[in-house]
Design a protein around this ligand. Sequence first.
Ligand SMILES: Cc1ncc(COP(=O)(O)O)c(C=O)c1O
Length: 293
Amino acid sequence: MGTDAIRWVATNDRMQIDVSALRQQIEADRAAGERPILVVGNAGTVSTGAVDPLSELAAICREFDLWFHVDGAYGAMAAILPEVSKDFAGLGEADSIAMDPHKWLYAPLEAGCALVRNREKLRDAFSYHPPYYHFETEAINYYDLGPQNSRGFRALKVWLALQQAGRDGYVQTISEDIRLAGELFRRIAQTPQLEGLTQSLSITTFRFIPRDLERGGEEIEGYLDQLNNELLTRLQNSGEAYLSNAIVRGRFALRVCIVNFRTTLADVEALPPLVVRIGEKTDAELRPAGLRR
Ligand SMILES: Cc1ncc(COP(=O)(O)O)c(C=O)c1O
């Protein structure tokens, strides 16, 4: 169908899908003779870890007879935690869920996974029996259920880890990752040169802001984007910490996503001073004369 067939729906200030904008879009498309077929909700977005109101999306999908897919590649595993499970209400109503054990089940790359409510829909879409196949024995043949034919036993490493850590093990490590991301957000708030932007699940986004820079105006904000972009490259190259980036409310942000059970409070404590040190050095070299005091 191509990306032109995708409608990007507005988000609210918590980065969740705006359900009334979604409804309006569906109605407008239908009125224009288009045929919406699918809604993709997020159980933990890539950039900020936002979780959409999944129950409301499920209700809209029922009302308009649409397939309800949830991208839980990163976040779906957090649904096992009692303290966050209410945010995931509605996940169980999805027709399909993407979840990546190589993200928050800590499996080595790669082990992407799709859960589908009705397996027969996969068979309808993918099953193909060329004349040179002869698989008459009663068995699950995965080539009937997806685009891949010959395939390795990726599930083994996931299964072994589940046996090793158990549900309780994952509850413990996933909630610790979330606690650390929250702890980082608090430490950022206590650091005058840093501005916390978002915190959800185990993702925290923030920016470095030089203390003597007076905020306001596109020139300053554009410089802050450039500064944080360069800071990130230097931080990554320093070998001391590896952060990624996000665009948050149109601005370049530093993004921490904790999905490693070896990350500790000591790492979290070390990060704000490290970012400030590299940030100040980068600013000293990068800032145009017109923005200096
Ligand atoms: C929410 C979400 N969906 C999809 C992906 C893509 O995952 P992969 O690169 O493992 O296919 C990511 C990767 O970060 C993600 O966070």
